[in-house]
Design a protein around this ligand. Structure first.
Ligand SMILES: NC(=O)c1ccc[n+]([C@@H]2O[C@H](COP(=O)([O-])OP(=O)(O)OC[C@H]3O[C@@H](n4cnc5c(N)ncnc54)[C@H](O)[C@@H]3O)[C@@H](O)[C@H]2O)c1
Length: 351
């Protein structure tokens, strides 16, 4: 451990602990301390011999970290990130960038004015597989993109909902779909319009458990995404990608990218095409695409250290992540109103 780059972590819950472990294991950086007012976090810090603060501002002032990871509840992201920017400390803010587009735009403005880099934790973009898919889809290997199918079908255990996740905002749109929307924006380009329907019939909570989306990409392709957190099923990035060892990996696709010359199943990485430009009577060829796997959280931390050192610009800036959040807000609005909603219009309205 070199200890050259000192990183603080605000919020030592589920994902915060993973960041803490990764920083501790990294040769690029060292832990400057954690900020989390919960008794569990304090006990954890004491047991690990880590400097503990009940307030992130005290950590910023006393430890003077080189960078800060913000892994607190969404509603705290804005104020914590603004404090980092005010102290000139680059921040890695967990996804979603903030809880609303209006809040995210405030952060974008603060980051722009100060020049302090803000990286957002849409960590899947650091997965080499996502980058390979982007190269194939965007690079023309499957021809012109015509259609995209996204599936996010799985079962969350019932006790997951016992801790404040039954209300609007605690469901799969903001917590999970935001990852898939970010993947799709990164791979296929901007989403110009959305239509959506949601249902809470399976679990009966205020928050949605199931949704269907229709997406129009700026490049002209049409996408659908179907999600439900109330069904035993293998089709989701979480279970299909093997990215997070907490979920038993399933050898099933969760995205299909269809182009005029071929199609790609992901993350199963099978490329389908007609060798001789044939049609449905001809045999289809199926080719496996070999892309080495890597832990995107490890790569994200390496990148954050490079951002802190000024060697790299944030791969996912606050502005870019605001675009992802705006799509999720557009989905919510479309589900409530039944209208086609433009994410760009949502950003213009609150700007
Ligand atoms: N990138 C990912 O895949 C991923 C996965 C899980 C969560 N997240 C995001 O990370 C964030 C945290 O989610 P989680 O699942 O770890 O939640 P969590 O509830 O497990 O942890 C949140 C922690 O923040 C602490 N906290 C509350 N108020 C605080 C304050 N004022 N200062 C400092 N800490 C405070 C809580 O005590 C808790 O320990 C959310 O924004 C979530 O969307 C991202």
């Amino acid at each position: 451990m070199s200890g050259a780059t000192r990183i603080g972590v605000a919020g030592a819950g589920l994902i915060g602990r993973r960041h803490i472990d990764l920083v501790a294991a990294s040769s690029d950086c060292a832990l400057a301390g954690i900020a989390d007012p919960s008794p569990e976090a304090k006990a954890f810090a004491e047991a690990q011999g880590i400097a503990w603060y009940g307030d992130h501002r005290a950590l910023l002032e006393r430890e003077k970290p080189d960078g800060m990871i913000i892994a607190s509840p969404n509603a705290l992201h804005l104020s914590m990130a603004l404090d980092c920017v005010a102290h000139g400390v680059p921040a890695l803010v967990e996804k979603p960038v903030t809880d609303t587009v209006a809040a995210a735009l405030r952060l974008c403005e603060a980051a722009r004015r100060s020049g302090v880099p803000v990286l957002v934790g849409h960590h899947r973009r650091h997965n080499p597989r996502i980058n390979a898919i982007r190269d194939k889809v965007g690079g023309g290997e499957i021809g012109q993109l015509t259609a995209v199918v996204g599936l996010w079908l799985l079962k969350k255990p019932d006790d997951y909902f016992e801790v404040g996740r039954r209300e609007i905002g605690g469901g799969p749109l903001l917590i999970n779909l935001v990852h898939d929307i970010d993947n799709l924006r990164f791979i296929c380009g901007e989403i110009a319009e959305v239509q959506a329907m949601t249902s809470h019939k399976a679990r009966g909570f205020a928050v949605e458990d199931t949704a269907g989306l229709l997406l129009k990409f700026a490049g002209g392709a049409i996408g659908t995404v179907t999600l439900s957190d109330a069904t035993p099923a293998p089709w989701s990035w979480e279970l299909s990608s093997g990215e997070n060892g907490a979920y038993p990996k399933q050898d099933q696709p969760c995205y299909l990218f269809a182009g005029t010359r071929g199609s790609l199943s992901v993350p199963t990485m099978e490329l389908w095409s007609y060798p001789d430009e044939g049609g449905w009577y001809a045999p289809l060829s199926r080719t496996a695409v070999d892309v080495p796997a890597a832990d995107p959280l490890v790569e994200q931390l390496r990148h954050f250290c490079a951002v802190i050192a000024g060697r790299e610009a944030p791969l996912i800036s606050a502005k870019d992540a605001t675009g992802t959040l705006a799509v999720v807000e557009a989905v919510r609005e479309a589900a409530v109103t039944g209208n086609r909603v433009s994410p760009a219009r949502i950003m213009e309205q609150v700007a």
